[in-house]
Write a protein that binds this ligand. Structure first.
Ligand SMILES: [Zn+2]
Length: 192
């Protein structure tokens, strides 16, 4: 059974052969791709929850889409190499080391938007869509995985575009208890 609250970070990496169960294809992606044969895959329950989130956002006038979701260990190696070639050593500051990327769980994704029918991944934290996600994602079982000011806990810089499915129960508990990182949730779970 899929553990929706699983913790993946620099201290808890996934092995190179970890592939989540129940990956399904997300059909809505139209942006550029590093590898054009790469399909956008998401874990099944995560995608079902996303459709509900997306419908609620649409009802408020926002069109939020999944931009980048499951990445295999090998794909993360490709992404890292792509950016190493383009940006040199700097790439290590914004691309996760293979095994430490939550994208390997199939439960995490980066969002993009449609605005006036046009795809854009040029986002900023003040966009109404991003604010909407911050307000509402938890209702559908998602958390903003790398919130502002938590780099010393998560090991990652603030990423306002990266969301993680943890299930409704966990997201609700975190929301009600004011827990903003999955690391702190796990710490509390262990000490209970
Ligand atoms: Zn991401």
């Amino acid at each position: 059974m899929m553990k929706y609250d699983m913790l993946v970070n620099k201290e808890n990496p996934l092995s190179n052969d970890y592939v989540p169960e129940g990956l399904v294809e997300y059909p809505e992606y139209n942006g550029p791709k590093i590898d054009p044969t790469h399909k956008t895959l998401v874990e099944k329950e995560t995608l079902e929850a996303f459709w509900e989130l997306q419908a609620a956002a649409k009802a408020d006038g926002y069109h939020i889409i999944i931009d980048s979701a499951y990445r295999s260990y090998d794909y993360q190696v490709k992404v890292l190499n792509h950016w190493l070639e383009k940006e040199g050593e700097k790439a290590y500051t914004f691309v996760a080391m293979p095994g430490t990327s939550e994208h390997q769980t199939g439960l995490a994704f980066d969002i993009a938007l449609y605005r006036n029918g046009e795809y854009t991944d040029d986002l900023n934290e003040k966009m109404p869509e991003i604010l909407w996600m911050n307000e509402n994602a938890w209702r559908f079982g998602f958390i903003l995985r790398y919130p502002k000011g938590t780099q010393d806990i998560t090991g990652f810089k603030y990423e306002y575009w990266h969301f993680r499915y943890v299930g409704r129960e966990v997201a609700l508990m975190m929301h009600d208890d004011g827990i903003v990182t999955l690391e702190e949730y796990h710490q509390r779970k262990r000490s209970r």
